[in-house]
Write a protein that binds this ligand. Structure first.
Ligand code: V4E
Length: 321
């Protein structure tokens, strides 16, 4: 076993999250809870054992403890908390990644663990429009395509096939609800009893996260039900660059269903200049020795492929994934 963050080795060994070394070898680790996990909306609406409450996060640096315990496990995020654009490139975590990060001067800024619960209506109207609604540690977040992406779609190679992704992130609940209504229009709401009522869904299935957003009002009205739940252990690094105001962030994620992925990301205020961010990510990828033009699966792709094959197939056909 090795600590998730090797920069903590020695210093913080007692408090590090200790993981199986194989988890970072090829991005597709052993299934840790094999039989229980399912597409929640279809088969079991209960989160799998072990994915319920996230544990208190460990950090590399005791001074960072408070940031890691917040609703966002993103210690260095500095853009407006309400609307921002996340530009990101995913990569396969191999066994060299920690060494590489050290060599290029990346600094570990914290480790944390969080649970994500994703929602959609049973017909998948949100995700089929590439809109992702989730509750992370009690906070609602919506990711949706940027204006540029909408324009470029159809003109170029599918956005989903590209290495770099950019999504607008909305974290204000009223704006999230408004956006979900706008996206789903009449499709999700107002067609008889909600799925929750229809299927005798119990309050425990929705949990306190949803209740904070008024589960029986907007979730119920819009027929939104959880379709995926998993937790992630994340180790975050920042990499400063000369002449750049903001560093790049690199996250190494290990999901509890046995899947690992790395992400290089830059956050921009909505409407911020995209090109410098794309170049910064590209330079970081080169410094990390990442090669290949192949798109790398994220946690959600992997989850849906394993546990919600019908939903996954629909998203592949729609070129969302
Ligand atoms: C599946 C998906 C989205 C939901 C998950 O977003 P992601 O950034 O992968 O999750 P995570 O946990 O790293 O969130 P963070 O902490 O960075 O906010 S949002 C967009 N998609 C679709 C998608 C796609 N088409 N292609 C790739 C490479 N990734 C995601």
């Amino acid at each position: 076993v090795v600590p998730l963050c090797q920069q903590c080795d020695g210093k913080e060994r007692q408090r590090s999250i200790v993981l199986d070394a194989n988890h970072f070898l090829d991005g597709d680790a052993q299934e840790s809870q094999p039989s229980k996990r399912r597409g929640l909306a279809q088969e079991s609406r209960h989160p799998p054992p072990g994915s319920s409450a996230a544990s208190v996060p460990d950090t590399c640096d005791p001074d960072l403890e408070n940031v890691s315990q917040g609703t966002s496990p993103s210690p260095t995020r500095s853009c407006s908390d309400v609307m921002r654009v996340e530009v990101e490139r995913k990569f396969v975590c191999n066994s060299d990644v920690h060494e590489k990060l050290r060599e290029i001067g990346a600094v570990c800024v914290g480790q944390c663990e969080f649970e994500d619960k994703y929602f959609d209506c049973p017909e998948h109207h949100l995700t089929l429009r590439d809109v992702w609604l989730r509750c992370r540690q009690g906070s609602w977040e919506l990711k949706c395509p940027t204006q540029e992406d909408r324009q470029e779609r159809g003109e170029q190679e599918s956005h989903a096939r590209s290495l770099l992704t950019r999504y607008r992130e909305i974290t204000s609940l009223p704006e999230i609800i408004a956006k979900v209504r706008e996206v789903t229009g009449e499709e999700c709401a107002g067609h008889g009893p909600s799925r929750m009522e229809d299927e005798g869904m119990r309050m425990e299935d929705v949990d306190e996260c949803s209740l904070r957003g008024g589960a029986l009002s907007w979730l119920n009205e819009l027929h939104l039900v959880p379709f995926a739940v998993f937790s992630t252990k994340r180790c975050s690094f920042t990499l400063a660059e000369e002449g750049q105001q903001h560093g790049v962030r690199v996250d190494l994620d290990q999901a509890d269903f046995g899947f690992c992925v790395g992400e290089i990301e830059v956050l921009l205020p909505d409407g911020g200049e995209m090109q410098p961010a794309l170049e910064q990510i590209e330079r970081t990828a080169q410094r990390l020795g990442l090669s290949g033009e192949k798109r790398v699966q994220g946690k959600m792709d992997a989850y849906l492929q394993r546990y919600c094959p019908e939903h996954y197939k629909k998203l592949l056909n729609a070129k969302i994934l």
